[in-house]
Design a protein around this ligand. Structure first.
Ligand SMILES: N[C@@H](CCC(=O)N[C@@H](CS)C(=O)NCC(=O)O)C(=O)O
Length: 213
């Protein structure tokens, strides 16, 4: 049985935004059976030798699929898509586009957004120079994504794929709507993805199960 390691308890700020949601959303879309191993972050469940065997950086998510052990949300989603034949095209060219946009979500779009979020958590004083730099970086990425989405419903192919789960989830960390509002196509793309019934079921089940602490 596929076992997904996700949070059972996590700090209140992170609850509802954690990356195990990407895996849970994909599994809900694919309708694959799985069990959850709930991990208590404040109790240091991730910082054990046993868990490091699954996830070398002591992070969520990871999976153990009858001995296939993976961490890294993008790697897990690509594995599940290939395994199930869902949310990825069967042809090599289509698959390559999905891989390209999974990497773009993780390596190009997530870094400035995540850095801005971390600055907001940790900054003391104005940090204006740092904030201006990160805001400029985020805007450059969002502007180019806006251009890419001009005639596209989904980011990698004509249909919803695992790349959209990653990209929409990355965009959903933007809590400052003023940052994303100028990019109307990015906003409607994010909303189109997050309005999917599978996402709604996923976040509802997560909120019922995962405790803040
Ligand atoms: N690149 C990893 C990042 C995973 C990650 O940052 N996970 C966070 C939760 S969303 C985590 O486990 N943080 C706990 C910690 O680092 O102590 C992925 O995409 O899976």
């Amino acid at each position: 049985m596929l076992r997904v390691y996700g949070f059972s308890k996590v700090n209140a700020f992170a609850r509802g935004n954690t990356r195990d949601l990407r895996v849970l959303w994909a599994l809900e879309e694919m309708q694959l059976p799985f069990e959850i191993a709930g991990m208590d972050h404040p109790a240091h469940d991730l910082s054990t030798e046993a868990y490091r065997q699954l996830s070398p950086f002591e992070q969520i998510p990871s999976i153990d699929d009858d001995g296939v052990v993976l961490s890294e949300s993008a790697a897990i989603l690509l594995y599940l898509a290939k395994k199930s034949g869902h949310l990825i095209p069967a042809d090599r060219a289509g698959e390559a586009q999905v891989m390209r946009w999974c990497f773009a979500a993780m390596n190009t779009v997530e870094p400035p957004l995540l850095n801005l979020m971390v600055l907001n958590w940790t900054s003391q004083g104005s940090c204006e120079k740092h904030r201006d730099f990160l805001t400029g970086w985020a805007n450059r990425v969002l502007k180019n994504l806006e251009r890419w989405l001009a005639d596209r419903e989904f980011v990698a192919t004509g249909s919803f794929t695992v790349a959209d789960i990653l990209m929409a989830h990355v965009l959903s960390v933007i809590k400052d709507e003023a940052l994303i509002a100028p990019y109307a196509r990015v906003v409607s793309y994010r909303d189109r993805c997050m309005e999917r019934p599978a996402w709604k079921r996923t976040i509802e089940a997560y909120c019922a199960r995962v405790v803040a602490g």
